[in-house]
Design a protein around this ligand. Structure first.
Ligand code: FES
Length: 104
């Protein structure tokens, strides 16, 4: 397991356990304050939108083109936006800090 720091839409920070090898989305969708992840990780809904803490952005693999295209359609997109279904939890990402983006 790895610890994920999650800031909810009210600005409260939570420690969330994520299984290494699972997508970050899979942990976030289980939370009351989490995400809906409507498409189940198929990179087609963007309801798993999160912001990565700036100090972590360069530690993640760059997004693929389909993720970039979906992010470009979002009103609340920022420089640090990612789709959590496209981020696999690894040992190197222990302590990753993310903020759940507003509902579109
Ligand atoms: S869960 Fe639908 S795009 Fe991530």
């Amino acid at each position: 397991m790895a610890l994920l720091k999650v800031v909810d839409r009210d600005g409260n920070e939570h420690d969330v356990e994520v299984t290494v090898g699972f997508k970050v989305m899979e942990a976030l969708r289980e939370l009351d304050y989490g995400i809906s992840a409507v498409c189940g990780g198929m990179c087609s809904c963007a309801t798993c939108h999160i912001y990565i803490a700036p100090e972590w952005v360069t530690k993640l693999a760059a997004p693929m083109s389909d993720e970039c295209e979906l992010l470009d359609e979002l009103a609340y997109k920022k420089e640090t936006s990612r789709l959590s279904c496209q981020i696999e939890m690894t040992e190197a990402l222990k302590g990753l800090r993310v903020t759940i983006a507003p509902d579109e």
